[in-house]
Design a protein around this ligand. Structure first.
Ligand code: ADP
Ligand code: MG
Length: 728
């Protein structure tokens, strides 16, 4: 009997929900481990407080002396929260977060020590960063990387460590992380959107991009997960036969949350409250053992930090509750995968959501302006959006018949489609008084009403308008939201800058009124961006054909999709906005290709190992039992034995067949991997892994899964799908 597997199952059956100590009312817990505005107001001098607030709002520099004061206040506050260490917390291009802890403690003599933390330590650090990916940016002569304080994201205490959110840049100031380009893109969209918003309200001085993500994940019992090398090393199952019952009945979705999981969620949510992550909703997802958690939206940089932090916290707390959390986009074949919807909008310092229709025709023209410009931006840069969500793991989800397709399109619902259709007919140049009135009353004026009862939802669209925000639904559950947010905010910034130029030109040249000029430009955008709009079933085959006809990209794999991120168009976009220079762009591309290769390489090795060292030996053990049995039958029945041993002999033959196939395929896969490893060019190597290595996974799996069905359940060493998915 396979003892590890059955021990794990027994252990899982005997588990009780872990205790969760209630720490108090959520409203009181909220943000209590965050060095936020309130704490700063109380602990800083007026001058220091003002300088932090200006750094947050205007990006101004903080004077060195004041930095010392802020550091001292931060240290005292952190010590009062039980912190013993501090760390610069950053997001290297590995996609996760990194930290190196230093103690506050510093001996002065051997009899006397102090807790020390000054402006120098707060503002800048030089982590030993040589092992973080840099894509060639840090050559040996400039090998240093620096982390620098990002005051727009508040410091927090997690466990016993004061964490200071920072950017990570090279000696030459080039981005080595996900945050720097994001901050630059957010600055660009702030500038561009503020300029356009001023058409409608002179009081607008700042526009924040807002992000509300929805995090999907799976929970598997820790003991069960521990029996699967693929889950441990690759975060997904590389083989396993589908259970008799999957998600066909849809009985998990919005069903009651199991107790063990509920306690996990309560524990997690309490920690989120302390850290100031405003989590709000939780529920079961479509697949068994799949769940979702979503916060209230925040300013995009903060929201990205919070999501990165959350994933780390989720992982740690899961362990406490004897779960392993799976963020992989497709942990189980044949079962829904996980995504991370990115809800996005723009919000002014005057408190207006620019993608929310208002109460007057002018407010609605403002809405339409931002709405149509966003659609136009997505139309012009759809391939770049696709590139921003590309990863080896998300490839298993996009276009796999359940998640948004690899084709980017925009869904807006039938009501807004009608509005855009009508706007398309606006006259060129000056508008007649009659037309103006008609637009005001019947087209623009009606928008809030129609949106109110707009329950139009299209779950198959990768980029859907949902009443007062767009929802980018194709983001992978594992990815750092900084990437898609950098692209989305950059392309909208670019678009709004161009829009303003065109409108201003029309006002100057043709002496059109402002609203006439806006209508004129929007009309052309509606026409020009039509092909990106799609209201039908995004998962259907017809859409794939239709999209091809329309000339939309359909980049199904990461190595192909990533090409768009170094296109001339992308380089021009990022350079014109100051988001990234060509060196940064190419470095990132290289890193992403390398990451792709590494992921597939690891999976290939793990699969080879499981197939050879778990599946085949188990199959042989069972086959030997069968052979013994046949031998016995022969002894008992003599030459008549075949009548009684037919099934067994067929099984013996079938098992041999599958073993032979697995062996030969693992050999071929290994050969392909070896030759791919010899390729120098990152692109060609990734292509080789994608086209030559990866296809063997399915073939090997097929034979392994067949063996799983044949072999005596008691002998099978790998925990089965039904056990992973239905034991909790
Ligand atoms: P749904 O029907 O899709 O669940 P919700 O209104 O519950 O819609 O919102 C889903 C997510 O969208 C939440 O994370 C929420 O915070 C976020 N969201 C709502 N409004 C905005 C906005 N203006 N900007 C960014 N995200 C938003
Ligand atoms: Mg949603």
């Amino acid at each position: 009997m396979s003892t590890i597997r059955f021990d794990a199952i027994r252990e899982t059956f005997n588990r009780k929900p872990a205790e969760v100590e209630s720490k108090g009312k959520r409203s009181e817990l909220f943000g209590s481990n965050v060095f936020n505005e309130l704490v700063m107001r109380e602990s800083l001098s007026k001058e220091a407080f003002k300088s932090v607030m200006e750094a947050i709002e205007l990006g101004s520099r903080i004077d060195r002396k004041l930095a010392d004061e802020i550091a001292a206040a931060m240290k005292n506050w952190a010590l009062s929260k039980g912190a013993t260490h501090y760390t610069h917390w950053f997001q290297p291009l590995t996609g996760s977060t990194a930290e190196k802890h230093d103690a506050f403690f510093e001996p002065v003599t051997n009899a006397y020590a102090v807790e020390k933390f000054g402006g120098d330590q707060l503002v800048q650090q030089e982590p030993d960063a040589s092992s973080f990916p840099h894509g060639g940016i840090r050559n040996t002569f400039e090998a240093r990387g620096y982390t620098a304080w990002d005051p727009t994201s508040p410091a927090f205490v997690y466990g016993t460590t004061l964490c200071i959110p920072t950017v990570f840049v090279s000696y030459t100031g080039e981005a080595l992380d996900n945050k720097v380009p994001l901050l630059r893109a957010l600055q660009a969209v702030d500038n561009a959107a503020t300029d356009v918003a001023k058409y409608f309200d002179k009081n607008v001085t700042k526009v924040n991009a807002t992000l509300g993500w929805e995090q999907e994940y799976f929970l598997v019992d820790k003991a069960l997960a521990g029996t699967r090398p693929d889950l441990v090393l690759a975060g997904r199952t590389l083989l396993g036969h589908s259970p008799a019952k999957g998600q066909q009945l849809d009985d998990h979705y919005f069903g009651s949350i199991p107790d063990r999981v509920l306690n996990y969620m309560r524990d997690l949510e309490q920690e989120c409250m302390l850290l100031g992550i405003p989590v709000k909703t939780r529920h079961n997802e479509v697949a068994p053992n799949q769940f979702e958690l979503a916060p209230i939206f925040e300013e995009a940089n903060l929201a990205v930090d919070h999501n990165s932090l959350l994933m780390d916290v989720m992982d740690k707390i899961a362990d406490k509750h004897n779960f392993k959390i799976l963020f992989h986009e497709k942990p189980f074949a044949g079962i829904n995968g996980s995504g991370k919807h990115n809800n996005w909008s723009l919000s002014t310092n005057t408190g207006v959501n620019l993608l929310s229709p208002g109460s007057t025709p002018m407010k609605n023209l403002q809405f339409l302006t931002f709405f149509i410009n966003t659609i136009k931006a997505v139309h012009d840069y759809e391939e770049l959006i696709r590139a921003s969500i590309a990863s080896a793991t998300n490839d298993h989800r996009l276009g796999a018949n359940e998640a948004p397709p690899a084709i980017i399109s925009v869904f807006i619902g039938s009501q807004l489609t009608k509005v855009l259709d009508e706007l398309e007919d606006v006259s060129k140049g000056k508008l007649s008084p009659q037309e103006k009135t008609d637009l005001k009353l019947n087209v623009v004026g009606k928008i809030p009403e129609i949106l109110l009862d707009n329950t139009d939802r299209n779950r198959t669209s990768p980029f859907a308008f949902t009443g007062n925000k767009f929802e980018l639904r194709a983001v992978g559950s594992k990815s750092n939201c900084a990437k898609p947010m950098t692209v989305l905010n950059s392309i909208v910034a670019r678009q709004l800058i161009d829009f303003k130029k065109e409108v201003d030109a029309l006002i100057a040249k043709k002496e059109l009124k402002k609203d006439e000029a806006i209508f004129n430009v929007l009309r052309e955008y509606i026409k020009a961006s039509k092909k990106i709009r799609f209201e039908g079933d995004g998962y259907s085959e017809e859409w794939e054909k239709e999209a091809a006809k329309r000339g939309l990209s359909n980049n199904k794999t990461t190595p192909t999709a990533l090409k768009a991120s170094i296109s001339d168009k992308a380089v021009a976009l990022y350079e014109s906005l100051g988001v990234m220079n060509p060196r940064e762009i190419h470095a990132r591309h290289e890193i992403e290709l390398e990451e792709y290769v590494m992921k597939v390489q690891i999976e290939g090795r793990v699969l080879g190992d499981i197939a050879r060292n778990h599946v085949i030996p188990t199959a042989i053990r069972y086959q030997n039992t069968l052979i013994e049995n046949v031998r016995g039958l022969k002894e008992v029945f003599g030459k008549d034995f075949e009548k009684h041993a037919k099934e067994q002999m067929d099984l013996i033959t079938a098992i041999s067949g599958h073993i032979a196939e697995i062996n030969s395929m693992v050999n071929k896969m290994t050969d392909e991997r070896r030759s791919a490893n010899k390729i120098d060019s990152a692109q060609e190597k990734a292509d080789a892994y994608c086209e030559k290595v990866l296809p063997y996974f399915e073939k090997i799996r097929y034979h392994c899964d067949k063996l799983e069905l044949m072999v005596d359940d008691e002998l099978w060493t790998l925990t089965k799908y039904r056990e992973l998915l239905f034991t909790r």
